[in-house]
Write a protein that binds this ligand. Structure first.
Ligand SMILES: Nc1nc2c(ncn2[C@@H]2O[C@H](COP(=O)(O)OP(=O)(O)O)[C@@H](O)[C@H]2O)c(=O)[nH]1
Ligand SMILES: [Mg+2]
Length: 325
């Protein structure tokens, strides 16, 4: 199961307490140091789509507290920062924030758009001042220090919006799931029946999401099979990877059938960038591959031949696909 929604509470570290202490001799006066600041809390982008699963068992996270001040004006150590990784495509929407001055709800959002994104989402609390800082000509022996402030405590709704860059389309058995697994870290079931899954399988190719969109058959746009449920996902992708099996006895028909279903559902789908993939090329002779390629090129000049057993060709395809963005 891929979790795509959770509520979590994130806190900055508590500031360390200031110290009350006095030097060893009667005349040396106050020398309590300040507490260290609490650590800050960050979220950072990652290409791992399953990261929201970490919230199934744990919803509360905090950066480390600052250490208390010491004698001899020694400042406590700052608390260590904390970072959690979230998949690219995640939005954090603030539900509520507790700050020192009270309870504030702001609805601030953070959007993780790339693996380079890193946001400070909860500041650590300030360390308390030690009694050395409170000395003055009038108060030479202050017997108090500050206790340090709590870090920001923020509750967020974390949502992963699966906006895929690429959509693998084609008839059942065209090799979509197999290709997804080869191009990405996905583990989609191979050779399963067309209608067993209710959400598209997703994989990650260098930070870009590829969705394997099953269920397209003749009449899908009218609600045949489960195609309609999947057609809406195609609307969001930037590039279509249209798989047509080299085993087909009528490759033109296979290609046009899918195009027709797309167009009947929504004409704008037809103007999306499309790379045609002649798949399973290892199952037929080179002559047939050549012939099938020729037929496809008449329909779309952007054709690439592929077999999941051809490692070099798979690597080439990765490069080619990324260049289409
Ligand atoms: N020989 C060979 N078999 C393939 C290739 N790609 C997929 N297959 C097989 O074709 C069948 C359908 O593949 P699958 O990926 O499930 O197709 P999907 O229905 O489009 O997702 C499975 O039995 C795969 O093992 C390929 O490049 N070469
Ligand atoms: Mg499949």
């Amino acid at each position: 199961m891929l979790m795509d929604k959770a509520e979590i509470v994130i806190s900055g570290g508590h500031g360390g307490a200031g110290k009350v202490s006095f030097g060893k001799t009667e005349t040396s006066g106050p020398d309590g140091g300040n507490g260290g600041d609490g650590g800050d809390f960050y979220v950072k982008g990652s290409s791992n789509l399953t990261l929201l699963n970490q919230f199934a068992t744990e919803q509360n996270f905090a950066a480390h507290d600052g250490e208390p001040g010491g004698q001899n004006q020694r400042t406590g150590k700052r608390g260590r920062d904390f970072e959690i990784l979230l998949p690219v495509g995640t939005t954090l929407t603030e539900i509520s924030t507790e700050r020192q001055e009270g309870f504030v709800t702001e609805g601030q959002t953070y959007e993780i758009k790339s693996i380079e994104d890193r946001f400070l989402v909860a500041k650590g609390g300030l360390g308390g001042r030690g009694n050395w800082e409170f000395r003055s000509p009038r108060r030479t022996t202050p017997t108090y220090a500050q206790s340090g402030l709590p870090g920001e405590k923020r509750k967020f709704l974390v949502e992963l919006k699966l906006i895929a860059d690429f959509g693998l389309i084609g008839l059942p058995n065209a090799g979509k799931s197999s290709l997804l697994n080869e191009l990405t870290n996905a583990k989609a079931k191979i050779g399963n029946f067309a209608f067993t899954t209710l959400s598209p399988n997703l994989g990650n190719l260098k930070g870009h999401i590829i969705a394997d969109i099953p269920g397209l058959i003749e009449g899908a746009h009218e609600g045949k099979g489960l195609g309609v449920a999947f057609l809406k996902h195609i609307e969001k992708v930037s590039v279509l990877l249209h798989c047509v099996s080299a085993e087909s006895s009528d490759i033109k028909r296979d290609y046009e059938l899918i195009r027709r279903e797309l167009g009947e559902y929504n004409k704008t789908l037809l103007s999306k960038k499309e790379l045609v993939l002649l798949t399973k090329t290892d199952t037929v002779s080179p002559e047939i591959v050549e012939e099938q390629t020729k037929i496809l090129k008449k329909l779309n000049k952007n054709v690439f031949t592929i077999s999941i057993h051809d490692y070099e060709q798979i690597e080439l395809l990765k490069t080619k696909v990324l260049a289409l963005l």
